[in-house]
Design a protein. Sequence first.
Length: 446
Amino acid sequence: MSDAAAIYTALIAGAAVLLVILLLSWLKKSTGKATEEKEREQNIEQESEEEKEKPQEGQERIKNKPLKKWKQTSGKKWTLPSHPWLAADFKGHTEAVVSLDFDSSGKYLASSSEDRTIRLWSMKDLNDKEHKYIRRSVELDHASHIKFSPDSTAVIGYLSNENKLQIYRISKPSQTGVNFTDIIEFPVLGVMDVISIGIASTGKFVMIGTTTAFQIWTTKGEVLATVETHQTPNTCAVVSHCGSFVACAGFTPDVKIWEVEFAKGGEFLKVSSAMQLKGHQASVLSVSFSSDSQRMASVSKDGSLKIWDINVRYKQREDPKQLRTASLPEQGPSIVAISPDGRVTVVAVNCSIYIYSSISGQIIQSLTEVHGGGITSLAWESASMYFASSGGLDRYIRIWNNVAGQKILVDELKDKLPKATSEALKRRMQQQIEETENRLKTFQQT
């Protein structure tokens, strides 16, 4: 064999060996990728199975809590703990209840839910097992916030999907009761991330609070003013019962209060800064006005409740006075609601309600774990006889007797009785004491 032939044969043999090596390497990689892909699929399947085994929202809480507290009995039905101060449970919503409001007469309670309905409940005959309501469906949306009009002839709702307000008119009471009639639609809002709505008791304006600002609207749907709060994100915005102030809380530890000013003839003038509540050490979660707009309550992420006197000469730059500070028994999402008469302050934290004396700042009663999920709303009846609470997960609305307020009233009257200036006044006060004490006897002492 010639040298050329030998070299050619060696090249062919080398090429064959290299080809075999490359083929083996490719097969190894392919096998590795297939194995890796199979392992990934097995991991996904395992994660999916683990996800299925995870409890739904709220179920883990149920598992870790004793059944004597509350439990889910079947499907979406809940058994909640009773209490001597509980007046009634309103049941009917099929999804989370997100907002509550009493009308000015205290005869009706409005509720909105993620089940796409607004319901109007009668406060008459609370001792009945079944409670009457009328309902209005909200097509393809739900009202995340609702408020009664000052004259109780309509309910205003904010539709979160369509980003607009709707006014649901209510018929006058008749032999068949009341009912929802027509709807008035506002234009689509020019703001997003609405956190609250309110309406002045004078009917002069509607307030829409967002995470960055609040707007003042006429009841005909015209924007009067937009106020940037500079405490982003805002956590709440509320209108005072007198209709003169808007209070807004947010990321900062201060509560800012603005005055909404109108001329004597009713023309809108301006929104001006009035005062600030300073004293919390962390962001404020919720604020509330008393019905005379002289007291306020606030709760903060710092774990405190504060009661304020805002009946000050704010135009002369007099600061509001901090009257009482109390510690909250637990940390978590919180809502505060001061009673219209200012005697009692109710704070909802997580699933529990804590009742404080606004006079002393002392906690009077703890209603622990009275809802099956985080409490979404608190509302006071205008005469301070009842307050209502709603839990998102359990879909219940619970009506509570204001026993604490009646006890404080008796103490106040007994203190004032010796100072009465006339016999007629003494008799009236004594009669009021006896009537209130007789009511209190109907509640089991806890």
